[in-house]
Design a protein around this ligand. Structure first.
Ligand code: AMP
Length: 273
């Protein structure tokens, strides 16, 4: 595995590379969720490039940028074992200049849900993803459905800016008890960890209702709210894949999303119907 931590050697390496490039952008502290993206990239490409970069532009003032979990030597080993060809770990100064050209996420779908409490978050996400796409010029880029709104906005950016990159959607990987894997799960103590299981329980409540032919989103949200008892609910929302709120479930084009706070930790999860 080649370790690259500067832009020029990345550019040289990309220039010399032949075949399909599969790209997996991450912020590190890798877990089995990330590894599932890497595994898929390994199966579908000649070269697999993983980036680890904690992107300052997507954190708001007061969020956990300074304390975001890192475990670079474990990440390095995990990537090696997974057959990654190139691990790219740039610094903030390499990726950003002062007063630069910025990407603006679309108003309607980026200032709701995740973007409502974190205004500008998705501008920062798209900014860094576009920079990484331009540097790496991947054939395929891999994103988890766990960050459903991010995935939708990246797909929209690729379409709106005419980028020639396939966005590959990857399923959510969960712990055995249903908790969606996340780098931030390490913040949870035993009690919070137990409470956090209600997130998956609430999503299961929704999917069971839909299996029994309930289609009214308002009623589904009421039942989910009951399942989330004891948690500080930030939002429960039912949208289509373009992140427009819907009133009735549309099989094949519905995402049910939850964001909660347990203790100081904010967790998100969703299911695609
Ligand atoms: P992050 O390091 O949190 O920026 O995540 C990097 C990529 O991994 C994103 O595309 C995430 O959606 C994806 N990801 C994170 N957690 C999971 C999970 N539990 N299952 C599947 N993909 C995930």
């Amino acid at each position: 595995m080649k370790l690259i931590n500067n832009i020029n050697s990345l550019k040289d390496t990309i220039k010399q590379s032949k075949g399909l490039i599969g790209f997996v952008p991450t912020m590190g502290a890798l877990h089995d969720g990330h590894m599932s993206l890497i595994k898929k990239a390994r199966e579908q490409n000649d070269i697999v490039l993983v980036s680890i970069f904690i992107n300052p532009a997507q954190f708001l003032h007061g969020e956990d940028f300074e304390h975001y979990p890192t475990k670079i030597s474990e990440d390095n080993n995990m990537c090696k074992l997974a057959g990654v060809d190139i691990l790219f770990t740039p610094t903030k100064d390499m990726m950003y200049a002062d007063d630069e050209v910025v990407v603006k996420a679309p108003m309607l779908s980026s200032y709701m849900l995740e973007g409502l409490k974190r205004p500008g978050h998705f501008d920062g996400v798209l900014q860094v993803v576009l920079k990484l796409f331009n540097l790496i010029q991947p054939t395929n880029a891999y994103f988890g459905k766990k960050d459903a709104q991010q995935l939708s906005l990246i797909k929209q950016m690729v379409s709106d800016l005419f980028l020639d990159i396939n966005i590959i959607e990857c399923e959510i990987i969960r712990e055995n008890d249903g908790l969606a894997m996340s780098s931030r799960n390490i913040y949870l103590d035993a009690n919070d960890r137990k409470l956090a299981l209600n997130i998956y329980k609430s999503l299961k409540t929704a999917s069971n209702m839909i299996k029994q032919n309930h289609t009214n989103c308002e009623q589904i949200i009421i039942n989910m709210t009951n399942a989330l008892i004891g948690l500080d609910i930030e939002y429960i929302s039912i949208v289509n894949q373009r992140f427009r709120k819907i009133e009735k479930i549309i099989i094949g084009d519905t995402i049910i999303l939850v964001a909660i706070k347990v203790g100081k930790t904010r967790l998100i999860d969703n299911i695609w119907i």
